[in-house]
Design a protein. Sequence first.
Length: 83
Amino acid sequence: MKLKSGLTITTIAGNKITIPPFSEKYVLIDFWGTWCVSGPCFGLMPKFRMFAEQYKDKVAIVSIAFDDDVKKVKAYADTNKTV
């Protein structure tokens, strides 16, 4: 989807990042959770990384953890390369 207005999210480090409105890039939003270990959440991450690298001038990928436990998300991000 192409964003018509800005999108602001908070990172696991507590920083806010904004994808500006009318971005020239398409934005792929990936929702995942630490509870989705054997499901598509983790299985697709390597493919998203390859896709993001191949189309880095055209696509931005935002990976959002749908998880209540920030410690689990941080632990996963520290040990795995997320998108």
